[in-house]
Design a protein around this ligand. Structure first.
Ligand code: ZN
Length: 212
């Protein structure tokens, strides 16, 4: 789905205008139905309700860096065995997309798109070194299975709609990468940086006394 396209919800006919240059999924703001282009059966998103959690962010929150403001337009929530991760999809610069990963108040920002991992997937273990380039080696922090996945809002280019894949995070000082390992598929990863919430300067967030 492309920026400016208008899609009608198949369940309730609410119209949605695509914000991002490339969008994989829109969750109907009226009824929650997933709106997406026809894909192979294997990659059809399974409808799943967004669970409550403790995030103070919402769709419509902004994050204001000195040169640029980002608007949160969508959320992919991964339920891992011992943790959760929110991947917030943020729009900037007329339809460009970046990702902000959040868990328990810690944040990472990913300006680049998903890439295919050319290294050996056997490197992707807790405590193991992952060579990203001659200059950059990351250390695996954990491996967790994704046991549930739910979506809200508008989701940029994203290929992971079915739980069961493994999530590996590997970092070195502020550099961090997320690797998603799906059985019998290439490993995909995002590369970015850990960043303090204060630097992201979130606005229009959920105040603590609005939590229900
Ligand atoms: Zn609808």
């Amino acid at each position: 789905m492309k920026r400016g396209d208008v899609h009608s919800c198949p369940s309730c006919n609410t119209l949605h205008t695509v914000t991002l240059i490339e969008s994989s999924l829109i969750v109907c703001k009226s009824c929650g139905t997933y709106i997406h282009e026809a894909t192979g059966d294997e990659n059809t998103p399974e409808q799943s309700k967004m669970p409550d959690d403790w995030t103070f962010l919402k769709i419509g929150s902004t994050c204001e860096l000195p040169q640029q403001t980002f608007h949160l337009v969508g959320r992919c929530r991964l339920q891992l065995r011992n943790d959760y991760k929110n991947f917030w999809c943020a729009e900037y610069g007329r339809g460009k997309c970046l990702w902000i990963a959040e868990s328990f108040g810690s944040f990472s920002i990913f300006l680049s798109a998903w890439e295919k991992f050319a290294g050996d997937p056997a490197q992707l273990r807790a405590g193991a070194s992952v060579k990203m380039s001659n200059e950059l080696k990351l250390i695996g922090e954990y491996v967790e299975k994704c046991e549930g996945i739910s979506f809200a809002g508008e989701i940029g280019a994203w290929n992971f709609f079915t739980p069961g894949f493994f999530v590996v995070q590997a970092s070195a000082t502020t550099k961090t990468s997320f690797f998603f390992l799906e059985p019998k598929k290439n490993v995909s990863f995002l590369s970015g940086e850990k960043i303090l919430a204060e630097r992201l300067n979130f606005k229009n967030t959920i105040e603590w006394n609005e939590w229900k």
